[in-house]
Ligand binder design. Structure first.
Ligand SMILES: [Zn+2]
Length: 304
């Protein structure tokens, strides 16, 4: 019953402030028992802080590359999937961006950061993954997407178009090679080799309010965030890169120009994050928030 009220609150806010089109209004809102939320990281990146937060003093910071697994009775759902595991053995795959992997304090390229190895430690095989939601398709979020041919991919159509032929000025962090394996063979009339849910809006993935996907154009043309309602530990917002660091959304700070496709949209995304935090007490899980990451439970531990 508690969940029902929460979804109603969310939908009311949706109707008034955020126009969350596509949410299943009136859906039975009850997060099932047995859900588990796992936190992973695809190693760490060493990156100029001013890239993530325009105007920050020069200097590099180490950031995790978080991705998440939600076990739900109706399926195992990945949210983002980290760096392509190719870079463990061949960092040149990333070209000049491989410099971000040079990170002696943190092991970005040890074999145990491979997504299969990490999932296995939590008790899941690659073939156990039923859905892969992509917050966006930058190289550190969609890198391993081709490892899940049996899963249904959930992304914004605008994102895959931009990932394969980006708007001028926004090509840097997309690796076409991460995504071309998703294309079907020559002659097929359907572009995707596997099942996809292409969105131009929001989605209540299982119709029970437990995993709500929210279109959040800003960082990229097809970014999306998710709010996950866990039966025991409450709400979690998975931002992908809709906010890089806590300060960004708290103080309305934008990333550098090439990482801010739609600045007004980023601000709207920040507003939504703050709304979820204030209305539901949602915990905000940003992909690259080092301090936050350190305080989280890490796989194989999980939130219920
Ligand atoms: Zn990004």
């Amino acid at each position: 019953m508690k969940m029902k009220f929460k979804l109603k609150t969310l939908l009311l806010a949706a109707a008034t402030a955020f126009s969350l089109t596509g949410l299943a209004v009136g859906a039975k809102a009850e997060s099932p028992q047995g859900m588990k939320l796992y936190v992973f990281s695809s190693g760490w990146l060493n990156i100029e802080k001013s890239a993530l937060q325009a105007g920050a003093a020069p200097g590099k910071i180490d950031v995790p590359v978080s991705f998440f697994l939600i076990h739900h009775p109706k399926g195992n759902v990945l949210f983002d999937c980290g760096n392509n595991d190719k870079v463990i053995t061949d960092p040149t795959y990333w070209g000049p961006l491989a410099a971000m992997l040079e990170n002696p304090a943190n092991h970005s390229r040890s074999p145990d950061v491979a997504i299969d190895a990490q999932l296995e430690k939590a008790g899941y095989k690659v073939s156990d993954i039923n859905y892969v939601i992509l917050g966006h398709m930058h190289l550190d979020h969609a890198g391993n997407v081709a490892k899940f041919p049996g899963a249904t991919l959930v992304y914004q159509r605008d994102e895959i178009i931009n990932a394969l032929w980006p708007k001028p000025g926004f090509a840097g962090p997309y690796m076409a090679g991460d995504l071309t394996p998703l294309r079907s063979k020559a002659g097929a009339i359907m572009p995707a080799r596997q099942k996809v849910i292409e969105l131009n809006g929001d989605l209540d993935l299982f119709g029970d309010g437990s995993i709500l996907i929210h279109r959040s154009v800003g960082h990229t043309p097809g970014s999306q965030q998710a709010v996950v309602h866990m039966p025991k530990s409450g709400a979690f917002v998975l931002t992908s890169d809709a906010s890089y660091l806590p300060e960004n959304f708290e103080k309305d700070l934008l990333p550098s120009v090439s990482l801010a496709y739609d600045p007004a949209g980023i601000m709207q995304g920040y507003q939504w994050i703050k709304y979820m935090r204030d209305s539901e007490g949602a915990k905000i899980f940003m992909a690259h928030d080092a301090e936050g990451y350190k305080t989280r439970k890490h796989s194989p531990e999980y939130y219920e």
